[in-house]
Write a protein that binds this ligand. Structure first.
Ligand SMILES: NC(=O)C1=CN([C@@H]2O[C@H](COP(=O)(O)OP(=O)(O)OC[C@H]3O[C@@H](n4cnc5c(N)ncnc54)[C@H](O)[C@@H]3O)[C@@H](O)[C@H]2O)C=CC1
Ligand SMILES: O=C1O[C@H](CO)[C@@H](O)[C@@H]1O
Length: 325
């Protein structure tokens, strides 16, 4: 039986915008900016990817901008065929429009398809010549602890995002959040005028987040998985339950891990700069409901969060499993 490729699957957001199921992740931590990002974006688009996931905080937007310029000039793809996501970092919790303007300028495009609130957290803004556009990405106090803005209100970020959206600002087609647990979504929705279209969170067979899946389903919020390989080191590709499916379907582990999401209506954005892996992640493996249930069960019984952000510890669920601080 023939199956579509993961790059050929699209989901419809709660405002009617179509979002590709598979995208390319481009996270980096400045000042380790990543020129290879440019080549990765070009390889991914040539392999059929239409979604690029980035963020103001990654520092990779200028490299993505260079790749897009060349892809447009070479006639490989048109802007309207792509779906570009960027995000507002907690340093800009009350400066959403400025963040959007800086991202658009770096990307060299007139609009993004999806603007996300990166975290339900507020930081102090501290000057740093090595930061992103002169601002420290992860400001810390003298004791090394995250410099949270105690008077900040993370719901202000959503108010600013939804206000741009409600004004029909042509620079954004859809809006959403990231790293919102169920409790924060429920709270946001008490006052929100716009229901987020997407919630991008860590999600994979070692962290299946069944409660959050239910909350998002009830509100027609599409879930988007980050760290689908288990972040740097791609530990999930070695997981025995994944390896069993690799054998069962004669597939690559990357394809199994991506198909696990796509078959559940979840968008995912693996990071890779390796053309072989970029191509491998495209193959849709016809996992059965039984396979998916087993993977989800594993992710409830043996939870591992691969991303550990100390600044997020005040957010419910982000401290569990992490011993420091
Ligand atoms: N909203 C948020 O707070 C976050 C968003 N993200 C987004 O999600 C993206 C992906 O998440 P990451 O944490 O970067 O990790 P990931 O789980 O995508 O893993 C990346 C690692 O997997 C490897 N890899 C990729 N495909 C592979 C394959 N087929 N076989 C073997 N290894 C493979 C890569 O070489 C890299 O070392 C980020 O680049 C970013 O765009 C990531 C973290 C947090
Ligand atoms: O999106 C993100 O990626 C980084 C890792 O580079 C993480 O801090 C952030 O939430």
């Amino acid at each position: 039986m023939l199956h579509p490729r993961n790059t050929e699957v699209f989901f419809t957001l709660n405002n009617g915008v179509r979002m590709p199921a598979l995208g390319l992740g481009t996270a980096a931590e400045p000042p380790k900016t990543l020129p290879p990002t440019k080549q990765a974006v070009k390889a991914a688009v040539k392999a059929g990817y239409r979604l690029i996931d980035t963020a103001w905080a990654y520092g990779t937007e200028p490299y993505i901008g260079e790749a897009l310029k060349e892809l447009f000039e070479e006639g490989v793809v048109k802007r309207e065929d792509l779906f570009i996501t960027t995000k507002v970092w907690p340093t800009h919790w009350d400066l959403v429009e400025k963040s959007l303007e800086e991202s658009l300028k770096s990307l060299g495009v007139e609009y993004v398809d999806l603007l996300l609130q990166h975290w339900p957290v507020c930081f102090e803004r501290v000057s740093d010549p090595n930061g992103v556009n002169g601002i420290a990405r992860n400001p810390t106090s003298s004791d090394g602890k995250p410099l949270l803005n105690k008077k900040g209100d993370h719901k202000e970020t959503w108010r600013q995002i939804e206000s741009l959206y409600l004004k029909k600002d042509p620079r954004i087609r859809a809006v959403g959040v990231s790293n919102f647990p169920s409790e924060y979504l429920d709270d946001l929705l008490k006052t929100a005028k716009v229901v987020p279209a997407v919630n991008q969170v860590e999600l994979h067979p070692q962290f299946s987040q069944l409660k959050l899946r239910e909350t998002c389903k009830n509100h027609h919020i599409i879930l988007e998985s980050y760290s689908p390989m288990g972040a740097n080191g791609a530990a999930l590709t070695e997981l025995s339950i994944v390896q069993e499916l690799v054998k069962k379907y004669d597939a690559s582990p990357g394809a199994v891990l991506i198909s696990y999401h796509v078959r559940q209506g979840v968008v995912t954005v693996p990071l890779s700069q390796n053309p072989k892996n970029i191509a491998a992640n495209v193959e849709l493996v016809p996992l059965t409901q039984q396979d998916i249930d087993a993977l989800n069960k594993n992710g409830e019984e043996h939870i591992v969060r691969y991303r550990d952000e100390q600044f997020a510890y005040p957010v419910p669920g982000f401290r569990e499993g992490h011993e420091r601080a």
